[in-house]
Design a protein around this ligand. Structure first.
Ligand SMILES: O=P(O)(O)OC[C@H]1O[C@](O)(CO)[C@@H](O)[C@@H]1O
Length: 381
């Protein structure tokens, strides 16, 4: 499919038994039960969490309270979705808004004792403290950053247990990426982080390597502005991960931060229920100023390519042509969306009888625009 072809259908949770349907129907209730049981929440918070689950399963999507600090933002982001069944709206909206509503239910934004208390911190800390950072060559660190993306706590709540060892890369552009990095493409690198814990430790090992070897002069790690999709990394998670690193790596990273060579950034749009085609100008300007932007994880991939039923053979470069600079995606496959496969790979995966798109057994390291600056392509929805 070229950018001129009709855009593919947006993913929704409408079909019973489909993967997105099972996330809303099975995974979200389990996730809420886990959060509720792990905290000394009072009756109001418990009631609000249970009501949210009931609403998502059998009700229609309610608006945020009018006095929520971001009510206007969500009014715009959710245009056309309020009052509809949760299963009848785009999957990306249903998931993102569900996570926003959990924060409302537990009082994350309300003045009081629970303000700013990350409801997923208990999972993240355990993960950070039991994972070990990766070591090795540039390629090994890049590949470790792919498999680090298995460390996704919302994924663990689902019925699929990701295998512990390395799986297969269904697209492996690591040779081209290493060559480009060694030629200076990572000079001003932007890494859009995904999960805290083991994944973030792998990402920090990569960042440290790039800075220590001089392949990067500066690295900006982009994190979420508030808790999102269970395990997504916040600045506090970065601080926690730095604290469990070996002393030499920790000192190098702290020195890089102190000198402004390693920075943390965030942007409100990172918690938007929209693909990156819709990113505001200031965020696009940050990506565009980077010599290379690396997107980590499954959700970032969905947002980068557009959360749509792309034919898997669609070239990655065509789909991300809109992106304002060279780009790499490092993820394990935990949803139905994938592009850029070779025909033989797709045939073998389909013949395997596995649910290869969603189990996390497979990963990819995909690149585009390493030697050119792409222009623009349309959003799929
Ligand atoms: O943490 P990651 O790699 O972005 O993965 C999150 C994935 O989990 C899911 O939310 C399902 O629980 C997927 O829809 C999503 O793509």
């Amino acid at each position: 499919m070229s950018p001129a072809d009709p855009t593919p259908q947006v993913v929704t949770p409408a079909v019973p038994g489909s993967f997105p349907w099972s996330v809303l129907h099975d995974r979200h209730p389990k996730l809420v039960a886990g959060v509720r049981d792990a905290h000394p929440y009072g009756p109001d918070q418990r009631r609000a969490l249970d009501a949210l689950v009931a609403e998502s399963l059998t009700g229609v999507i309610a608006r945020l309270p009018a006095d929520a600090h971001d009510a206007a933002r969500w009014e715009t982001w959710g245009t056309g979705h309020y009052g509809r069944r949760w299963f009848d709206v785009p999957f990306l909206f249903a998931e993102s808004y569900f996570y926003r509503r959990i924060l409302d239910a537990v009082g994350y934004f309300a003045p009081g004792p629970w303000q700013g208390v990350d409801p997923y911190a208990y999972l993240k800390s355990a993960e950070a403290r039991t994972s070990s950072p990766s070591t090795g060559s540039l390629r090994e660190l890049l590949v470790a950053a792919v498999w680090g993306n298995r460390a996704d706590l919302s994924f663990r709540i689902g019925q699929h247990g990701g295998p512990a060892d390395e799986g297969s890369l269904v697209v492996d552009d690591s040779a081209a990426l290493c060559a480009a990095l060694e030629a200076g493409l990572g000079r001003e690198l932007c890494l859009v982080a995904d999960n805290a814990g083991g994944e973030l430790l792998a990402d920090l090992a990569l960042v440290d390597h790039l800075l220590a070897t001089g392949l990067s002069e500066r690295v900006a790690v982009h994190v979420k502005p508030y808790p999102y999709f269970v395990s997504d990394a916040l600045a506090t998670d970065v601080a926690e991960c730095v604290s469990v690193l070996d002393p030499a790596t920790r000192d190098r990273l702290l020195a890089a931060a102190a000198e402004g060579r390693w920075t943390l950034r965030t942007h409100d749009f990172y918690r938007a229920p929209l693909s990156y085609h819709h990113a505001p100008e200031d965020l696009r300007a940050e990506w565009s100023a980077a010599t290379l932007t690396v997107f980590k994880g499954d959700l970032n991939y969905r947002r980068l390519v557009g959360d749509a039923h792309w034919p898997a053979l669609t070239p990655f470069a065509d789909v991300v042509e809109y992106f304002p600079g060279p780009v790499a995606a490092l993820r394990t496959l935990k949803c139905e969306v994938v592009v850029g496969l070779a025909a033989g790979t797709l045939a073998a995966l389909d013949a395997s009888g596995e649910e290869w798109r969603v189990t996390g057994a497979h990963g990819l390291l995909q690149t585009a625009g390493l030697d050119s600056r792409p222009g623009s392509s349309p959003a799929p929805g």
